[in-house]
Design a protein around this ligand. Structure first.
Ligand SMILES: [Zn+2]
Length: 305
């Protein structure tokens, strides 16, 4: 979309935004708009059906490259509350979110996480790795930030939201323990996770698996022949059984690695599709955060064991 058009729309939205209060829908429900499916799922686990929740980015959508459409701007300006990931995950939406933040609550779900728990990445301008949902214990902090954002806006339903969140946090605790135990079943010398882009850093740290990506933290970064050959050397030397593709990233990069290994006489398998920066279709197990994590872990364990 033309930049001038975005600013004209935003200016109009901000102007009307100042004069309106909560824009409850016909049933009187609050209207929350979020960026990713992971955040949508977390919010829904806190609010149940009592609030309207809309995600801008669906299955297979890459948040690093995503630009707000005209329809998105309309949804964002009509929202009572906006949640986004933050830490520059939504790299192309920063300005839009910042402007909206002047007239309504716009909350980064990552903002409550203690800085010492974030991975600082030199190749990502010394910024923190935004892929916090890969460590379930960090994602719990995001859920707590979501809970406090909602209760601040809608304090009268505080008890309901608190009970829902508490219940969900217990499920996340048990998921965290399950992932740990599953990764431990992979023989130690095979405990390397190779993917197209560097999304799994927190996963590696939390669950003790070595992680290597061909592209950097953001899919915006390019990979070169040198990166491919380094990874090919690593795989052939360590006889890594499988590499993984990601549902929101082109397969081209990882296919170059597989071909490179083949040229050196080593067959590395594609271990399967991992949900990295977007969840699966709604109404499938991978369409929820809990299901997405379980599916990824099963895929990783089955291919590397
Ligand atoms: Zn990513």
């Amino acid at each position: 979309m033309d930049c001038r058009l975005i600013f004209a729309l935003l200016a109009a939205a901000l102007f009307t935004g100042c004069s309106s209060s909560k824009t409850e829908d016909k049933t009187g429900r609050l209207n929350i708009v979020v960026t990713t499916g992971m955040i949508e799922d977390a919010v829904k686990n806190v609010v149940g059906d009592s609030v309207q929740v809309t995600a801008l980015m669906g299955p297979g959508v890459d948040p690093h490259l995503y630009k707000a459409t005209q329809g998105d701007l309309k949804k964002l300006t009509q929202a009572d509350l906006i949640f986004y990931n933050g830490l520059h995950l939504e790299g192309k939406m920063g300005e839009v979110l910042e402007k909206l933040g002047r007239v309504k609550p716009v909350i980064a779900v990552a903002e409550g996480i203690d800085n010492s728990l974030l991975r600082i990445v030199p190749e990502f301008n010394d910024s923190a790795d935004p892929h916090i949902w890969f460590d379930v214990s960090l994602w719990k902090e995001a859920v707590k930030t979501i809970l406090s954002g909602i209760t601040e806006l809608d304090g009268k339903n505080n008890g309901y939201y608190n009970a829902n969140a508490e219940n969900y946090l217990v499920q996340l605790d048990s998921l965290h323990r399950w992932v740990k135990s599953q990764i431990l079943t992979i023989p130690e010398q095979q405990r390397t996770l190779i993917t197209a882009h560097d999304a799994f850093g927190y996963f590696g740290e939390a669950y003790h698996i070595d992680v290597r990506g061909l592209q950097g933290i953001s899919t915006l970064s390019e990979y070169g022949l040198r990166d491919v050959s380094d990874l090919v050397n690593y795989i052939t030397k360590n006889k890594i059984k499988a590499v993984f593709v990601e549902t929101s990233v082109s397969e081209k990069a990882i296919n170059a690695v597989v071909q490179g290994c083949r040229d050196k006489g080593f067959e590395v398998q594609i271990g399967g599709n991992l949900y990295s920066d977007a969840m699966g279709e709604s109404n499938t197990p991978e369409g929820t955060y809990l299901g997405m994590v379980r599916t990824n872990v099963n895929t990783i364990v089955n291919a590397l064991k």
